[in-house]
Design a protein around this ligand. Structure first.
Ligand code: 4NP
Length: 148
């Protein structure tokens, strides 16, 4: 199973989603692959935002070696599931899809909800971490059941 987490910059939310999901997947001894990307190219090659690195570290997860990259058409082929953090990411990714099969891989990370962008508000990193952690656990259970 290959899972891609997507947000706008690939420096705040999706690196957390990648790191948290990776940790949960490893804890369950699954050999799933988890990656992340951003719809925008502003931060290509950069480390995650220092506030995301800090909140993850506080909870025992090291995301500091991740590097930002931009979502690309080939990701539709490479990944089984593409989880987007908000509706804008959803629109941007869906616009790049060309077949129904590609479109079917794209889902909001939390059904009918946006993961709020913490970039402009330091106080949001902890709640975003918690929200993503809870949803990763749910997704992992759902995906395991789907693949039984
Ligand atoms: P992310 O957050 O999409 O969760 O990585 C953002 C990072 C950077 C910017 C916006 C959101 N930015 O405008 O540079």
């Amino acid at each position: 199973m290959k899972i891609l987490m997507v947000c706008l910059g690939n420096i705040c939310r999706s690196p957390l989603a990648q790191g948290i999901m990776q940790q949960q997947v490893t804890a369950k001894d699954l050999d799933w692959e988890v990656d992340s990307a951003g719809t925008a190219g502003y931060h290509i090659g950069k480390s995650p935002d220092h506030r995301s690195i800090a909140v993850a570290k506080k909870h025992g997860i090291d995301i500091s070696s991740q590097r930002a990259r931009q979502f690309k058409i080939a990701d539709f082929e490479s990944f089984d599931h593409i989880y987007v953090m908000d509706e804008q990411n959803y629109e941007d990714v869906m616009m790049m899809a060309s077949t129904d099969q590609e479109k079917a891989k794209v889902r909001l990370f939390i059904p009918e909800r946006n993961v709020i962008d913490p970039y402009y508000d330091n106080s949001l990193f902890e709640p975003v971490f918690q929200t993503i952690t809870t949803q990763c656990a749910k997704l992992l259970t759902d995906l395991k059941n789907e693949n039984r």
